[in-house]
Design a protein around this ligand. Sequence first.
Ligand SMILES: NC(=O)c1ccc[n+]([C@@H]2O[C@H](COP(=O)([O-])OP(=O)(O)OC[C@H]3O[C@@H](n4cnc5c(N)ncnc54)[C@H](O)[C@@H]3O)[C@@H](O)[C@H]2O)c1
Length: 254
Amino acid sequence: MRFEQQVAVVTGAASGIGRALVQRLSSEGAAVVAVDIVEEPLQALVTELQGQGAKLCACCADVASESGVEAMLTTATSTYGRLDILCNNAGIMDLMTPAAEVPLELWERVLAVNLYGPFLACRRAIPIFLEQGSGTIVNTASEAGLRGGAAGTPYTVSKHGLIGLTRSIAFHYGERGIRCNAVCPGAVATAIGLGQGTPSQSGLERVGAFIHASAPSRVASPDEIAAAIAFLASKEASYINGAILPVDGGWLAA
Ligand SMILES: NC(=O)c1ccc[n+]([C@@H]2O[C@H](COP(=O)([O-])OP(=O)(O)OC[C@H]3O[C@@H](n4cnc5c(N)ncnc54)[C@H](O)[C@@H]3O)[C@@H](O)[C@H]2O)c1
């Protein structure tokens, strides 16, 4: 099994891509700390997989806060004794809102969850990796991190920033045994939203119309993205560092 004896932290674990990733990593031998801000579906997933013999635990935390990040990484080291894989996957959308219409609150929250959160987690995980002499990070960015027309302004900015964070860490820490890569999913069948409250009807219509008009004809399943993340996290990708991998069915090629 690819992840035997390894310990992984996965954020955004209660739903969509994160949920598929937890299932994949734990079925391939990893001990997993499954992190999400929403408690009930997170606990349900963990209980279900524990029932199948998987080694994992739940950590209910907000990745946008330093205390949340501290809790999830301490859970990994105190429960399983080490940390090998960090998957910064939690993310929220912005309802395709263009710059002039963005309320400051929306800007701050999208940046906090999608960019500051991964930065805080990397900043806390890297010293653990350096002490061990190895470790790998996979960030879930987006097509919106590679061009201007795949989302609204806050989301696009956050994902461009996440790609910059990925490359910077790869550059600064590659020689010391740490790899950092990112996947850029296209359209994936998940429940992604604002992460709080109910999206307005006009916002939902905007997202639906956009995906209908520009995405490839087939929308990905969460597991198709999880498979790419698991590959980048695995030893099979031992010479891949700083890569930004579109997983989009060819959307970017259009
Ligand atoms: N679905 C798509 O089409 C798509 C496309 C490109 C990129 N992505 C990216 O994939 C990642 C996963 O999204 P998804 O589509 O699986 O969405 P999802 O909504 O199904 O899952 C995201 C999970 O993150 C959790 N979360 C949100 N804010 C959090 C916080 N502050 N702290 C901890 N957990 C939090 C949510 O509760 C949810 O369980 C995101 O980073 C998203 O930007 C998704």
